[in-house]
Design a protein around this ligand. Sequence first.
Ligand SMILES: Cc1ncc(COP(=O)(O)O)c(C=O)c1O
Length: 391
Amino acid sequence: MEDKFGFDVLTDRRGTNSLKWDVKEGELPLWIADMDFACAPCIRNAVVRRAEHGIYGYTIVPEEWANAYVSFWRRRYGWEMKGEYLTFTTGIVPAISSLVKRLTNVGDSVALFTPVYDIFFHSIENAGRHTLEVPLKYDGEEYSIDYADLEEKLSRPLTTLFILCNPHNPCGVVWTAEELGRIASLCARHGVTVISDEIHGPVTDEGVRYTPFAGVSAEAADISVTCLSASKAFNIAGLQSAAIYAENAVIRNKAVRGVNSDEVAEPNCFAIAATVAALNEGEEWLDAARKYIAQNKAFARDYIAAAIPQIKCVRMKCTYLMWLDCSAFCSDSVDLAQFIRAKTGLFLSDGAEYRGDGRYFLRMNVACPRARLADALERLERAVREYISRG
Ligand SMILES: Cc1ncc(COP(=O)(O)O)c(C=O)c1O
């Protein structure tokens, strides 16, 4: 197959202050969620053009930035946003940390489905709020919602906020419109505001489309703040660029005041150019990347089924983060991840970080050239064999 965008190229990220690649010589890091692929040419050109200007002063957010978000989400997901309701933020984590403080009180409970992206816990707990886990149900193949448990937790007097990961990292669930509608109705019934983090929205498998939460019903739009970004899909996390969107004027005012008073609403001078280029011109690259990632997932699934049958790959439809069920031989993923790294240099995320049933799982980032993935799988096979035989 033609490799127009060079996904097979063994990129070298050492020496670039990469958080992912700041590891020992010979180690292979497939943990944090960024890709080992060069960005789309349109993004690189936009950044180079801006860099060549040579003056990197304070930057405003132009109308074309909001227009790029509105048209990308309309074209791809049929969701009609109003550009004036979008606010720039320097990232989804800074936005969520700020929103938690503005939308809840100290001592409140913030509910979320677990296992989930671990930094949500920091945003909640660093602000003196309590995390209220609503564990997803796992049937040995995939994850689903326990609505009775969800409703019971939303009905508690101190629960004022629900953080939804849509689609869900790390279990790879693409929530359906029906599921999102039910979540919205339950939250509305109990007066709970929703933050929908849609950073992984554009990174679904081929043929799969995610559904924006606020697009499912007027009720969902009225009780929520949506967090959007080009950073996961287009691999520009280091440019610190994201957006929040709220239709309800009261929620929007609180959210906009929050990100402004926390000083996370002003872009660096590359953020706008890169995001506008990605959303307006990057779709061919994005669809090629989704295809390559889907093939990587299939490659890893086949390899694991044949050579490491003790691991089960959870069925998933999105993200480039595979969720590996190691429950057949391990109930302490911290120990397992450390063992794999020490023995082979393969650095995976231990599932315990994500709480819920995460201690039985590992997370592996497969957004890398296939040859690198093959190397990782050989290391994993070797490590698991040794781990099991050591008893
Ligand atoms: C669900 C989710 N939200 C947010 C982030 C990080 O967002 P940002 O880099 O914009 O702060 C990640 C990164 O992996 C993520 O998985």
